[in-house]
Design a protein around this ligand. Sequence first.
Ligand code: HEC
Length: 250
Amino acid sequence: MKTTRLLVLGLCAALMPALGSAAGGGASLDEFESTDSKRSLQRGARVFLNYCLGCHTADYHRYSRMATDIGLSDEFVADNMIFTTDKEGDATKVGALMASSMTEDYGEKSFGIVPPNLALTARSRGVDWLYTYMRSFYLDESRPFGANNVVLPQVGMPHVLAHLQGWQTANYEDRDGQEVFTGFEKLTRGELSPDEYDGLIRDLVSFMDYLGDPNRATRHAVGFWVMLFLIIFLVLAIMLKKEYWKDVRH
Ligand code: HEC
């Protein structure tokens, strides 16, 4: 019984990377490089709370915990980074969950699909997928909001950062009856240069990566001391063993 379970687990682990790349919608994914800095997380949080929480929710997290983890004070977050209201219409408190103001019903009516909870997307889709997705919107008049996406074809989400990135079109080529994505072509300039936009998305994905695993930094910090303790303990244990056995003849 135990071995069967282990085998199934092993098989799932082996299949995970294959599933990840299958979610790429045919396009290859760009590699996300984490900067791991608090500044990057803070900028990412600003983008996320400004642009994403209007439609999406991330209500497994509280603002106050997020503030502590990314090095900001509760007051700063309450004054500058909370844009939602609670059910009574009052400004959301800093101890509250990071929920969207939009109801699921309203989301469904407006977009035909409820915008998914983004708290764990960095884990379910992977950071490379997210990084590529947020840079792969393109102009497509046939879509209800005028935008399509190379890694999530027929996407229901508008290109909410179009004013920053500018607009691009996507080129596809017919190869043996299959539409293959061959590259983007810039149509209009955005407020940011392509490098600046990539940097902004890197910060946003860093923040979403943190949301997916908020304890990682603590775990790594504690892990260092635990390993150090184990190494010191090992030396002590070896010395103790030698001391006990020194008078015993083999
Ligand atoms: C105007 C509403 C709206 C805003 C604002 C918005 N989204 Fe979306 N988003 C949607 C909708 C609707 C979907 C569902 C799309 C689909 O499945 O076709 C979606 C889907 C997604 C997905 C795909 C999730 C998955 O696993 O399928 C990601 C990732 C995402 N949004 C990230 C973001 C980020 C990051 C921001 C902020 C920069 C943002 N969204 C802002 C409406 C929005």
